[in-house]
Design a protein around this ligand. Structure first.
Ligand code: JD8
Length: 406
């Protein structure tokens, strides 16, 4: 793969001489060319910037040096197989870079990168380039950098390590974060028992068991649990927790509390009517109680994504926690779906999300519902839960549990 990078700080790309990328260059897998933009500004000071039309702070990069630099790259790199490169221009307003984009770019023979600085590049340069080659404005993430070089380092590393022969054992590419939509599992090496300054730290026994199937199960469980805990948006989109793909799922924040209060009152009102018991926590809690609950439980909210019927609308929620004092039990609660959306499987998907968030210490799932809530009891029975004999944890309720599959 040929790579061309244009920047006013060519030394910023020096890290690409190191590690896997450096080795790939020495072995000819990567053909990297770095160009100093100032070489295409022919005045005594090699000026590449000027004041912005329309006023405002900062400077803008001039079009002429860029046009000349890009035309030089086009002339220098054109081949039969790759007449023009795919030009990537880092910018905070660009398409979010992702592992999927890295895989797509890794299929291309020639990539070029235009590193902007100052307040950005004169917009006409994008027009000039687009008339000559495919152009993608790409963003590293929702934060502001001072220029495009850091983004180029990240994109080149993410793309190059997908090229055959760059990463020694391609196997290790498979189970990485963002491959398959889940985060990576925790890794350990010797010593099996580490005396960390008097604190003994042991490697999980399953990893030393030699039982490859058990290791694979444990690692998958870890990947799902981590993804649900740290990136519920990814978990919701992954096969691991089906049924939430079309919703924006994330960890709840205090600002969600008012809508959560409304949703829980709407969802438990029928419970109150059925049981005649209105003084139950979901109906009596105050906004402050709901906020406090967010501190004691891991709570997820499901909202209609931008572009949906009611963008941002809260349509579902669930919470989970390890039972205080008993890490083998995972408590799921406040499973709620907007009344007009019930019966479409969202409840089951939210229950699966909460369960998937349970750490590996958990062996039993627990939840509680109204003793006369037939619909809920049927739903939980279908999900594998069985009633615990005797009175439930709250008046008029029944506890249900399900064993976690080993
Ligand atoms: C290229 C100039 C700085 C940006 C005024 C600060 C990418 N994820 C990302 N955040 N920021 C960038 C990025 C920032 C850049 C340039 C990329 C060229 N700047 C500008 C606009 C506001 N200054 C980026 N990828």
């Amino acid at each position: 793969m040929r790579l061309d990078v244009v920047s006013i700080f060519p030394e910023y790309l020096a890290p690409l001489d190191l590690s896997l990328i450096g080795k790939a260059r020495r072995e000819g897998v990567l053909d990297l060319h770095v160009h100093d933009l100032r070489g295409f500004a022919h005045d005594r000071h090699h000026t590449v910037d000027d004041t912005p039309f329309g006023g405002g702070a900062g400077m803008v990069m001039k079009p002429e040096p860029w046009a000349e630099a890009l035309d030089h790259v086009l002339d220098a790199g054109a081949t039969e197989g790759a007449p023009v490169p795919h030009l990537l221009v880092p910018g905070p307003g660009g398409v979010p870079f992702s592992q999927a984009m890295a895989h797509a770019l890794a299929e291309e023979p020639w990539l070029a990168f235009a590193c902007g600085r100052y307040e950005g590049i004169d917009e006409r340069v994008y027009e000039h380039a687009a008339e000559r080659m495919p152009v993608t404005v790409v963003s590293l993430g929702d934060y502001v950098l001072g220029g495009g070089e850091v983004a180029v380092l990240a994109v080149v590393e993410a793309v190059a390590r997908l090229l055959p022969g760059v990463v020694g054992n391609a196997e290790s590419l498979v189970e990485e974060s963002h491959e398959g939509g889940l985060l990576e599992y925790p890794v350990y090496t010797r010593p099996a028992l580490w005396d960390d300054d008097g604190t003994p730290r042991e490697v999980p026994a399953v990893l030393r068991s030699g039982d490859h199937a058990a290791v694979a199960r444990w690692r998958q469980e870890q990947r799902v649990a981590r993804t649900v805990a740290r990136r519920p948006d990814l978990a919701a989109a992954s096969a691991a927790v089906g049924g939430l793909e079309d919703l924006q799922v994330r960890a709840a924040v205090p600002a969600d509390a008012p809508e959560l209060l409304v949703l829980q009152r709407a969802c438990w009102a029928p419970e109150g009517r059925i049981s005649g018991e209105w003084s139950i926590p979901p109906l009596e809690e105050t906004l402050e109680d709901v906020r406090r609950g967010l501190a004691d439980w891991t709570t997820w909210v499901a909202r209609v994504p931008a572009g949906g019927s009611a963008p941002g609308r809260l349509v579902g929620s669930v919470r989970g926690r390890v039972r205080p004092g008993d890490p083998s039990v995972w408590e799921t609660g406040r499973l709620m779906v907007a009344p007009d959306l019930q019966g479409a499987g969202l409840g089951r998907a939210l229950l699966a999300l909460a369960e998937a968030g349970a750490p590996t210490s958990v062996r039993t799932y627990w939840l509680n519902t109204g003793r006369v809530s037939e619909a809920n009891l049927r739903r939980y029975r279908r999900a594998g839960y069985r009633p615990v004999p005797g009175e439930g944890s709250f008046p008029g309720t029944v506890d249900l549990t399900r064993a976690r599959r080993p």
